[in-house]
Design a protein around this ligand. Structure first.
Ligand SMILES: [Cu+2]
Length: 264
């Protein structure tokens, strides 16, 4: 049974009526039951989630990449934060070619399902003159909270293609900067003061994304059954795509292998 069929049956069974309204440019929905009680969208949207999982690993084929060092000598406060040499986070590999910092996500197959963003902010911290996390996955419309944990000034500057560009200075002990991104996009982030600082904010309209850990592992949980296109994005090696058909209550494994060209 397809998710659409299942969903329609669910709607019929509970005799819910949907109404849509536009609130300050953002579409919201209310659900009215026969009793007249109204529930909020998060309850309604839990119906959109499934019980299937896509999990797996991302690997880098071929010789292990040579880690590169970053020099933070231009700012004594940054240099002081690192007694040991600082390694670039662009290519981070683990055992057996495991590739860290790949964002894996559903790129197609959810149709016109709409998911309300979480109320909690997504936190992007500037710590020891690096971005933490290096790649932040968050939702369109969710609050991005940028914090500065360093005793030096940063100037955070996301460089989007499909969202509004901004850059803001954040001296030590400043309050958090809060912003939102309206549209899906993987946005490079730089610091206008420290040229080595580079991170990414990946913005999605749905909750089915994950960033690989040092084992190259990821999990996409609570995915509804359906036919999906899954992508794995890496800042240096680009995008890999796979299609899969996910049955209800199924755990499906997927492996992505980046095969860099010699020039990479
Ligand atoms: Cu900085």
């Amino acid at each position: 049974m397809g998710i659409r069929t299942k969903y329609l049956q669910l709607v019929a069974a509970t005799t819910m009526a949907f109404s849509a309204a536009s609130d300050a440019g953002r579409t919201t929905m209310a659900i009215t039951r026969e009793s007249g009680a109204t529930t909020n969208i998060s309850e309604a949207q839990s119906d959109l989630h499934g019980d299937s999982t896509v999990s797996g690993t991302v690997k880098l084929a071929g010789p292990q990449a040579v880690a590169t060092h970053i020099s933070m000598a231009a700012d004594p406060a940054c240099l002081k934060a690192h007694p040991a040499p600082v390694m670039s986070e662009e290519v981070v590999t683990g055992a057996n070619g495991a590739l860290k910092n790949v964002i894996v996500f559903v790129s197609d197959g959810l149709g016109n399902r709409a998911f309300d963003p979480p109320k909690e902010p997504a936190v992007f911290d500037q710590k020891s003159c690096s971005y933490n996390p290096h790649i932040l996955g968050m939702r369109a419309g969710q609050t991005l909270r940028v914090t500065n944990s360093d005793p030096t000034t940063h100037n955070i500057h996301p460089v989007p293609q499909n969202n509004r560009e901004w850059n803001m200075s954040q001296p030590p002990l400043s309050p958090p900067i809060e912003q939102t991104f309206a549209r899906e996009e993987i946005i490079p982030v730089k610091c206008n003061i420290h040229p080595w600082m580079r991170g990414y904010i990946a913005v999605f309209k749905h909750p089915y994304f994950a960033v690989t850990d040092k084992n190259g592992s990821f999990d996409l949980k609570n995915v509804p059954p359906g036919e999906y296109t899954i992508q794995a994005w890496h800042e240096k090696y680009g995008v890999l795509t796979q299609k899969l058909n996910l049955a209800p209550n199924q755990s499906q494994g997927v492996e992505f292998v980046f095969k860099p060209r010699a020039a990479d």
